[in-house]
Design a protein around this ligand. Structure first.
Ligand SMILES: C[S@@+](CC[C@H](N)C(=O)[O-])C[C@H]1O[C@@H](n2cnc3c(N)ncnc32)[C@H](O)[C@@H]1O
Length: 217
C-alpha cells in the first residue's frame, strides 16, 4: 500500500497551501453546492477539500495528458462526493460541462501556466457553466497594477517568459487589472482579493450577468 501511495504524483506546494485555501473556500462558498475544479493536477486539493466540505459535490478536471495520475489519486483517496474526473482543456469549447451548471468554479495555479488566449477561453467557459450568482475562485501569484508583488514572483515571471522556458514563453504571471477586466467582460465581478501565504492571492469573482446565461437555460 505505501509503495502504491509513493507513486502518486505529488506537488509539495499543494500540500503547503491546501489548508489556507480551504479556509478561504469555507468563508467564500455557501454551505452546499456543486463545484468544478479546472486543472486539478495531482488531485491533492480536491481530495482534501472534499473531505472537509462533505456537502459539496466536487468535479475535478484535467487535460488528457495529466489524467492518469489524477485518476490514480482519486481512486485511492477520494470520498463519495468527488465525481470521476472529466477531460477539460479550457480552449476546447466542446469540453466544457454544460449539462448541469455549477455553483462554483475553482482553479489554482493555472493562469500563469496557460497562454493569455487560454486564460480568455477559461473565463468564457466559466461564464457558460456557472450558475447565476455563482462564485469563481482563482488562486495563484498575480501582479498588482502591472507590478510583481515580490522579488520571488518577479524572478518566477522572468523564468516563465524566458525563451528558455521548456513549456513555452507564452506563460507568465498575469496582471490583476487584466483579469478583473476580463472577468467583467464575462459577467464576473471581482468581489474579494484575499492575500495568501508566499505572495499568492485568491481572486473571488461573482457571476452577475443574468443575460449571459439566458441562451443556456
Ligand atoms: C501548476 S499546475 C497546478 C495544478 C493544481 N491546480 C495545483 O495547484 O497544484 C497547472 C495546471 O494547469 C493546467 N492547465 C494548463 N493549461 C490548461 C488548459 N489549456 N486547460 C486546462 N487546464 C490547463 C495543467 O493541466 C495543470 O494541471
Amino acid at each position: 500500500m505505501s509503495s502504491m501511495m509513493a507513486e502518486l504524483p505529488f506537488a509539495p506546494s499543494a500540500e503547503r497551501n491546501k489548508q489556507p485555501i480551504l479556509q478561504v473556500l469555507q468563508q467564500q462558498l455557501p454551505s452546499a453546492g456543486r463545484l468544478l475544479e479546472i486543472g486539478s493536477g495531482t488531485g491533492q486539493h480536491v481530495v482534501y477539500f472534499a473531505a472537509a466540505m462533505p456537502d459539496w459535490l466536487w468535479q475535478p478536471s484535467e487535460q488528457l495528458q495529466h489524467m492518469p495520475g489524477l485518476q490514480q489519486r482519486l481512486q485511492q483517496q477520494a470520498g463519495g462526493n468527488v465525481l470521476p474526473p472529466i477531460e477539460l482543456d479550457v480552449a476546447q469549447a466542446a469540453h466544457w460541462p454544460l449539462r448541469e451548471r455549477y455553483h462554483a468554479v475553482y482553479a489554482a495555479n493555472v493562469a500563469h501556466i496557460m497562454s493569455w488566449p487560454q486564460v480568455q477561453a477559461m473565463f468564457a467557459g466559466i461564464q457558460r457553466c456557472l450558475q447565476a450568482a455563482g462564485v469563481f475562485l482563482l488562486y495563484g501569484p498575480f501582479h498588482r497594477d502591472g507590478q510583481p508583488t515580490s522579488a520571488g514572483n518577479a524572478a518566477f515571471d522572468a523564468q516563465l517568459r524566458s525563451p528558455d522556458n521548456p513549456h513555452g514563453s507564452h506563460q507568465g504571471i498575469r496582471d490583476d487589472r487584466q483579469l478583473i477586466r476580463l472577468g467583467r467582460a464575462h459577467g464576473l465581478q471581482l468581489v474579494d482579493d484575499v492575500a495568501m501565504p508566499a505572495n499568492n492571492r485568491i481572486l473571488v469573482f461573482h457571476a452577475n450577468n443574468e443575460a449571459s446565461h439566458a441562451q443556456y437555460q
